[in-house]
Design a protein around this ligand. Structure first.
Ligand code: SF4
Length: 690
């Protein structure tokens, strides 16, 4: 399998055995006070799982370049010690590791922190252009001397990385960080030799490259992660990006890794709603630019919103880019390469693009993990070693919490039987997989059940069990999940009123629809009604809506491997009304996903009605009262209720009464704040307590 993916390639002098790179991910382990043990184990587990080249999370080249408190700084002894250990661990496992040289510039969330000398930290930038998320902090404009000092810091950091044993360095010049800020007319408003026209704006990256090259010598691999498209109105043009890439190549870079989009862009880049592979054509355009230089051998690496190595193989078959960097898929499954290259795609746990345990946490400086792999970045806490006592265990409920518990119990040698009342496994994941853009939610259900089978676990579907059937087990994990809450509302039992579960599983009859409740499930249900279940259709719509020139981004070349969601008619947004009591829409969704999901519905023309109280349902209408108490009748041939969930936890009481040891996890434990990250984490933790 994956013949092209398994072909060796070179990043400068570094020979690599296959074409999949572990892209840069900031985990927070970079500053964990354990001497680098957890960080080393995190990388090592990925290399043991088949990864070859790992790019670190951003390592700041100086204190003011830190993204926040949880960023390491190259050259600070405690941080260096952690990375010395991480490098050794990667090498011991047979891999290579590249240090990403990072400077956040105006994206530094360092207000209130201090420098090593005790003075207050400040963010610096080419020009004093603030970032909204930096809460009013205006970055200090770098003086000419400051610019030259910063270039020197890149060079010193590169030299330090080389001393620490890294095999390469990658300069972060994308995603709106400092180097990218110098390139863009939005953030570089200087009129000196570092700004004023495109040639002077790209002087900073070129001087960084020259300084880094001088520091590490001609044979040490140096790559640049460039921004293929900032996705910011008024920023660098494609011609300017091409000119930067040409100049970097001619100045001696060994690799061009192509990123896309700034953190403040209104165009989503990596959310589940973004079709797979949609950014690859931008990397392919830049590959064409590189091939037209005097150094066509320089490696070009595509990235962003790719999750499946079969898609990587398709991309490589086009003969454009040299390699593909994946980041989050290595959180979701550290062994994605080994499993895929041995043809066991069924065992790969796919990243579902939810961002809930990774980017949404990283933004707030919280420890990163993964919704579908709660061991991610916690490998030392949860080593994969046999259980102390091998037990006969039952897991009741095969939703996210139950599958997580069952997998960990089975991996550690326990005898596991999973009981699921429905015919389908997956619980809330199975429901989510019917939402356009969330098809990938079916992936972890498939992979975990395949692994359970491989490990000899029994999976019994379509069967409800009680204390009597569970009496012979040493321990029972109760993961029976949630059921939709039924509202106390006149007309709630009319035949045209559906729960969200009925709507998503059985479809919704034609006509106008009012959705009661505008949290995550309400928003998903609206998307189910108004968006196509076919990714190819959504990819074309996405490219058109983003305004990418079709010559630059050809949606038809995007990978098309995903299953379509269950067939359902797409109705005009104007027929759908999302009703919220609070006036908030999408509350409960993650910070990086909410604006995308709600924005898509607005674009589709969905009606938003907020700040109302529900009064009654009658044929053809949902009656609500507005803030002043006036009655408003909303057209509704169908009403779908998405007003929260109730725990399904009756089993726990009967197990307790029968004296059967058990642990309750996920929605069955607490349906109020039902959260899939909490559910899978509780599943794992319950397994370790058994
Ligand atoms: Fe992917 Fe979600 Fe895991 Fe992040 S938390 S790696 S987006 S599955």
């Amino acid at each position: 399998a994956l013949e092209l993916t398994r072909r060796p390639w070179s990043l400068g002098s570094l020979r690599l055995s296959h074409r999949v790179v572990v892209g840069s991910m900031h985990t927070g382990l970079e500053v964990k006070d354990d001497g680098g043990a957890a960080l080393a184990r995190f990388y090592q587990e990925r290399v043991e799982g088949g990864a070859d080249l790992v790019i670190t999370g951003g390592l700041a080249v100086n204190s003011e370049g830190r993204g926040g408190e949880d960023y390491a700084v190259l050259g600070q002894e405690a941080d260096d010690a952690r990375f010395r250990r991480a490098v050794a661990a990667v090498h011991e496992a047979g891999g290579a590791i590249s240090a990403q040289l990072f400077h956040a510039g105006r994206y530094a969330l360092t207000a209130g922190l201090t420098k090593p000398d005790g003075s207050p930290e400040r963010s610096v930038a080419p020009s004093p252009v603030p970032w909204r998320a930096a809460r009013g902090v205006v970055p200090v404009e770098l003086t000419d001397e400051g610019v030259r000092r910063t270039i020197g810091d890149f060079a010193s950091a590169a030299a330090r990385a080389q001393e620490l044993g890294f095999d390469a360095v990658e300069v972060m010049a994308s995603e709106g960080y400092l180097v990218n800020q110098f390139c863009s007319p939005i953030t570089n408003q200087r009129d000196d030799e570092w700004g004023g026209d495109a040639a002077r704006r790209r002087r900073f990256p070129l001087e960084v490259l020259r300084a880094v090259r001088a520091a590490v010598g001609p044979a040490f691999p140096v790559s640049f992660r460039v921004s293929g498209d900032d996705l910011m109105p008024g920023s660098s043009t494609p011609d300017e990006v091409d000119a930067l890439v040409t100049a970097l190549v001619e100045a001696g870079v060994d690799g061009i890794s192509v990123g896309v989009g700034w953190h403040e862009s209104t165009v989503p880049t990596v959310q589940a709603a973004v079709p797979h592979g949609v950014w690859v054509p931008i990397a392919e355009r830049l590959a064409g630019v590189v091939r037209a230089t005097t150094r066509p051998e320089v490696a070009v690496i595509a990235s962003n919103r790719l999750t499946d190595l079969r898609d990587v193989e398709d991309i490589l078959s086009r003969g454009t880019v040299d390699a593909v960097a994946l980041a989050r898929p290595f959180l979701a499954d550290p062994a994605i390469v080994a499993k895929s290259t041995s043809g066991r795609f069924d065992l790969v746990t796919t990243c579902i693009g939810c961002n809930q345990a990774c980017i949404d946490r990283s933004i707030f400086g919280k420890p990163v993990s993964c919704l579908v792999n709660p061991r991610a970045a916690r490998e030392l806490e949860f080593p994969l070693v046999p259980s102390r006592r091998i037990l006969r265990t039952a897991v009741v409920g095969a939703g996210p919490a139950g599958l997580s518990a069952a997998l960990d119990l089975a991996r550690r040698g326990n005898d596991v039987t999973v009981f699921e009342a429905r015919e389908n496994l997956g619980g809330q994941f199975d429901l989510a997989a019917s939402i356009p853009g969330k098809e990938d939610y079916a992936g972890p259900v498939r992979s975990i059940s395949a692994e359970l089978e491989l490990l000899g676990a029994s999976i019994v579907t379509g069967t409800r069990v009680g204390a009597q059937e569970l009496a012979a087990y040493d321990h029972v994990v109760v993961a029976t999940g949630v059921s939709p809450r039924v509202l106390d509302l006149p007309g709630i039992d009319l035949p045209h009123v559906l729960s969200y579960e009925q709507a998503l599983r059985g479809g919704v009859p034609d006509g106008t629809v009012a959705i009661i409740g505008a949290g995550g499930i309400g928003v998903d249900t609206a998307a189910f009604l108004v968006e196509s279940g076919h990714e190819a259709t959504r990819a074309s719509q996405f490219v058109a809506s983003v305004g990418l020139p079709s010559s630059a981004t050809d949606a038809s070349s995007a990978p098309q491997r995903r299953d379509a969601t269950r067939p359902h008619p797409v109705r005009p947004g104007s027929q759908v009304t999302l009703v919220s009591r609070s006036g908030k829409f999408g509350s409960g969704l993650g910070v990086t996903s909410r604006w995308v999901a709600v924005g898509r519905l607005r674009e589709a023309g969905v009606n938003f009605v907020g700040g109302v109280s529900y009064r009654s349902i009658r044929p053809g209408f949902l009656d609500v009262a507005d803030e002043s108490g006036d009655l408003v009748s909303l057209p509704a041939d169908v009403v779908v209720v998405c007003a929260g969930q109730e725990p399904v936890a009756g089993l726990a009481a009967s197990l307790a009464a029968a004296g059967i040891p058990h642990t309750v996890v996920g929605g069955a434990l607490d349906a109020r704040a039902v959260d899939a990250v909490r559910a899978t984490t509780e599943g794992l933790e319950a397994s370790r307590r058994v």
